[in-house]
Design a binder for this molecule. Structure first.
Ligand code: SF4
Ligand code: SF4
Length: 478
């Protein structure tokens, strides 16, 4: 935020005309515009690693909604049908606990990875980073490297400038559109979506979301870029809490690099009091968040390693040893003993392992059936006819399996309960049926007012799909 005292010429002349005392008008700028970052093209180990990691992620993201498993999309969050297909399982809103569980596991995985290897998620796999990488590629392709882009921006508009800019924005919009269509394809069948899009038959809701995500991708990866990481991402705010002295991070070797400064080749720079840093600023020019790693560990650094590639290529040209900037830990840099298994890593790791094991177990033993039994309170508590006592219940059965089932219902308990009025209908996948049923028992058998009756609902063709539910059976007091 900057505060700029300025005087408006028009306001100033007004004040002079009234009392001849110039009044100072202060303008406070609450928004400091970010300097445009012109990233330099760089090749090297970490740049290649970023590509090798991001390429399968992008391909996976685009192909996943097109994949079909058991005749249905491998990944489809069908909100109107309240069905969420994830690979071989179809979840219903009642399975929300699995989603919550998954989010907690993801959070602990992030904590464990961060405490060990810093912000590699940010630098290598985060969608903001991966999409920005694609957008930078389009920028380099159409407008050239850093110096050419600076020159192009400073130039007057010309045919060439227009074509270069138009080409870049066309690629950006195409990437944004594919991203938006793919993302919406996770919520509506992607084949229908694409066909409707190209035949101009998309409904308004789909049009809105496609346009919304196209705009969001174009804005985030094209213009906001590092500002998303610096100011919008909550993870950037609290990641420093997870760091310790043995967390791997990008580190500039100050002792070796300083004093920094230019030098002529062949000169004994050490005799001049210079270190290995030639102050070429390449490490800053390649940095996607526009920081200078030589100023020490900074919250903005996403651990992408591009400054390492840049500096190594400079060191190579100068015939100096590589690694002036490197991935290392604070303790390793200070020549102290590095501890890999430390309490924080073990703590996060243990919680993560426990959560994953429980999650896998509960998923493997998940019953694709939901049963609710409610004693009918609208009618009499019980009825006595022909020496039998009866209670009425409402039975709710939800089929969470991927095929139609017929469910048999049995009742049991301390007495010889019997069920009346239940005819087992076929229940389709995802369907819920609600049925009134009557449970009867001989009055002579009942011992008291409050008794327990157990309902067992069992799939006829697969007895492993079974749920039991106990409830109260009310009888006469004597
Ligand atoms: S300082 Fe280096 S590692 Fe950190 S964001 Fe910039 S280029 Fe990436
Ligand atoms: S790239 Fe290396 S040599 Fe160049 S300024 Fe950065 S640290 Fe110094």
């Amino acid at each position: 935020m900057s505060v700029k005292p300025e005087e408006s010429p028009s306001e100033s002349s007004k004040s002079n005309s009234s009392d001849n005392k110039p009044q100072e008008i202060r303008y406070v700028n609450l928004y400091e515009a970010e300097e445009k970052v012109y990233i330099r093209r760089i090749t090297g180990f970490y740049q290649r690693l970023r590509r090798y990691i991001s390429a399968p992620l992008i391909i996976g993201f685009i192909l996943m909604p097109w994949l079909v498993i058991d005749g249905r999309p491998a990944m489809l969050f069908d909100l109107p049908a309240r069905q969420f297909n994830i690979l071989w399982v179809t979840f219903s809103p009642q399975d929300g606990v699995y989603l919550a569980w998954l989010l907690i596991i993801a959070a602990f995985l992030l904590f464990t990875v961060t405490v060990m290897v810093g912000r590699v998620w940010c630098g290598f796999t985060c969608p903001q980073t991966v999409w920005t990488q694609m957008y930078i590629w389009a920028e380099l392709l159409c407008e050239g490297d850093r110096n050419k882009r600076i020159k192009l921006d400073a130039q007057q508009w010309s045919g060439e400038k227009f074509l270069r800019k138009a080409g870049k924005h066309a690629i950006w919009i195409a990437i944004a559109l594919v991203t938006a269509m793919t993302f919406v394809g996770y919520f509506t069948p992607v084949r229908d979506l694409v066909v409707s899009f190209f035949t101009f038959q998309l409904d308004l809701t789909a049009v809105f979301w496609v346009l919304f995500f196209t705009g969001a991708t174009y804005g985030n990866a094209g213009f906001m870029r590092e500002q998303v990481c610096k100011y919008m991402c909550p993870y950037a705010r609290f990641q420093s809490v997870m760091y310790d002295h043995d967390t791997l991070t990008v580190f500039y070797d100050k002792e070796r690099g300083e004093n920094r400064g230019p030098r002529k080749s062949g000169e004994d720079y050490k005799a001049q009091g210079l270190g290995d840093c030639i102050d070429c600023s390449w490490c800053v020019q390649v940095c996607p968040v526009n920081i200078d790693i030589r100023e020490g560990l900074q919250a903005e650094c996403i651990d992408c390693g591009l400054c390492i590639d840049a500096c190594d290529s400079v060191m190579e040209k100068m015939n100096y040893p590589l690694g002036l900037i490197s991935f290392t830990t604070e303790d390793a840099a200070a020549k102290k003993k590095v501890k890999i298994l430390r309490p924080r890593v073990l703590g996060y790791g243990a919680v993560l392992l426990a959560m994953v094991s429980l999650f896998v177990y509960s998923l493997a033993t998940r019953m694709p059936l939901l049963v609710e039994v409610m004693r009918d309170r609208g009618t009499q508590m019980f009825r006595i006819t022909d020496g039998n006592v009866s209670n009425v219940y409402t039975l709710k059965i939800e089929n969470l399996d991927r095929k139609t089932h017929v469910y048999d219902v049995r009742v049991s308990g301390d007495f010889a309960f019997d069920i009346q009025g239940y005819k087992a209908p076929p229940i389709l996948e995802g369907e819920i049926i609600t049925l009134p049923v009557r449970v009867v028992v001989k009055r002579s058998e009942l011992k008291g007012e409050k008794n327990t009756v157990k309902f067992t609902v069992i799939a006829r063709e697969n007895p492993e799909i079974v749920i039991s539910h106990s409830t109260t059976f009310i009888g006469p007091s004597k």
